[in-house]
Design a protein around this ligand. Structure first.
Ligand code: UDX
Length: 440
């Protein structure tokens, strides 16, 4: 099939490459000319395991190309809209300006019988509005919503082998027939469907809600265990053991019950806020008032980590050399959007700490956001002369540190495990003062 992908960020670049891998002819569109040129050379503009290999592979086959001119995709049958929906600067709502301008620019070029497919995370009601806009310009076209559930760090695998595929189709769809939208998407996803990925066909609003409901549930699960961590801190109990025990109940499950510094990134924080804002517009704000609590439990973990660092340093961090291991919002990513690790590093610097950050992939992005921090190329280098070490993003290189040899780098053997990934006994036996969130 002839496919276009509008917006080549984390979502779009991976989606475009994956669709070409499935055998389609794909053109990726992005207004950022530098990004388009890099992608056309087969270079990934951000760190994502497996993406550089996939890009080089499919660009070489000739099935994937890139352009900054949306007029170049007029022949495509299916157009995926993959642009960002960040949090607005003036509040919690999602900024839809990129989605709106992408669809505005695309609409005059739509061929008869083509389908626009939204993948961006949007407030419920957006698809219906965009469908009216698109069909007013090209009546023989339609719009479907096909939310994306990929995780950064596993984006290629999640796209090629999704655990479910959701289509939200309109009442009229292509040429007055929603069945046509479904048939076109079945053709796009023929390979994963044949592999057994479950398909759910819904109306537009349900498909839009599936995405924000899933992310809200995940965020709630993390904040639930972090709330339990606060209780554990108040009573001397151990949240890691608690998570293991409740997670053995199959109805609860152990996944997403890792207590620590909480969630960040480009999705969960802004999605729960945008969801609350939309519920307010719909007069249903009470239904989501718990998400405000989910958000504040999450933000409190960052404050708690800063307080703990100050406490361990004897009441002040002024002049203390602190090594921060991790800047990305999670391992296997160079993404520092709303990163808990970077937030804690910045707060400690503002309180007078002498902070050295190291991250296997995210140093450069972190330096753009917070240029006054110092950066090191490795944990060993960051730890040189440190009064305190904070482990804030659980990269494998940090999880596998040897407490004995690592202890030779620092001035004071004190470590705060912000992700509950180190073995407390092993570190204590090597002479370290070990503290963690939610553990005695
Ligand atoms: C998330 C959703 O998982 C994905 O389905 C959606 O498409 C986009 O948003 P992502 O932002 O890539 O994906 O990261 P995810 O792996 O979900 O982690 C989010 C944050 O939660 C990270 O900061 C992570 O460190 C934190 N987290 C995760 C915890 O604090 N504890 C956990 O148990 C799990």
């Amino acid at each position: 099939m002839q496919i276009s992908v509008i917006g080549c960020g984390y979502l779009g670049a991976v989606h475009a490459a994956s669709m070409a891998k499935l055998g389609h002819d794909v053109v990726g569109v992005d207004t950022d000319v530098t990004k388009v040129e890099a992608l056309a050379r087969g270079e990934a503009p951000f760190f994502e395991p497996g993406l550089p290999e996939l890009l080089r592979d499919v660009v070489a086959t000739g099935r994937l190309s890139f352009t900054s001119d949306v007029a170049d995709v007029a022949d495509a049958q299916v157009h995926f809209v993959c642009v960002g929906t960040p949090q607005r600067k003036d509040g919690y709502a999602a900024d839809l300006s990129y989605v709106d301008s992408a669809v505005d620019a695309l609409a005059p070029h739509l061929a008869s019988g083509s389908l626009v497919v939204g993948k961006s995370t949007v407030p419920v009601g957006t698809a219906r509005r965009l469908e009216q806009l698109v069909t007013a310009i090209q009546p023989e076209s339609g719009l479907a919503w096909n939310p994306e559930f990929l995780r950064e760090g596993f984006a290629v695998k999640d796209t090629l082998h999704p655990d479910r595929i959701v289509y939200g189709v309109g009442e009229y769809g292509v040429g007055g027939d929603s069945f046509r939208a479904e048939a076109l998407l079945d053709e796009v996803y023929e390979a994963p469907l044949a592999e057994g990925a479950p398909k759910l066909v819904t109306d537009h609003a349900t498909a839009e809600l599936v995405k924000v409901a899933a992310n809200s549930f995940l965020a709630t699960k993390i904040s639930f265990i972090n709330a339990m961590a606060e209780l554990c801190e108040a009573t001397g109990a151990d949240v890691a053991a608690l998570a293991d025990a409740i997670g053995m109940d199959k109805r609860i499950g152990r996944k997403f019950l890792n207590a620590g510094l909480g969630f960040g990134g480009g999705c969960l924080p802004k999605d729960i806020r945008a969801f609350m804002a939309r519920a307010g517009e719909l007069g249903a704000d009470q239904a989501l008032s718990f998400l405000a609590e989910v958000d504040s439990i999450n933000m409190r973990r960052r404050v708690r980590m800063v307080d703990l660092a100050r406490e361990v340093c004897g009441g002040t961090v002024v002049g203390r050399r602190i090594a921060v291991l991790g800047a990305a919002f999670k391992p296997e990513s160079d993404d520092v959007r709303d990163s808990p690790a970077l937030n804690v590093a910045a707060q400690l610097q503002l309180q007078g700490g002498d902070i050295v950050v190291t991250d296997p992939q995210a140093n450069a992005n972190a330096a753009k956001v917070w240029p006054t921090l110092k950066f090191a190329d490795s944990a060993d280098e960051a730890a040189e002369g440190a009064d305190l070490v904070l482990l804030l993003t659980e990269w494998r290189a940090f999880r596998e540190l040897d407490p004995v040899s690592f202890g030779e780098k620092v001035t004071r053997k004190r470590i705060l495990d912000g992700r509950n990934v180190l073995d407390p006994q092993r570190w204590r036996e090597a002479g370290w003062t070990y503290r963690a969130l939610g553990r005695p």
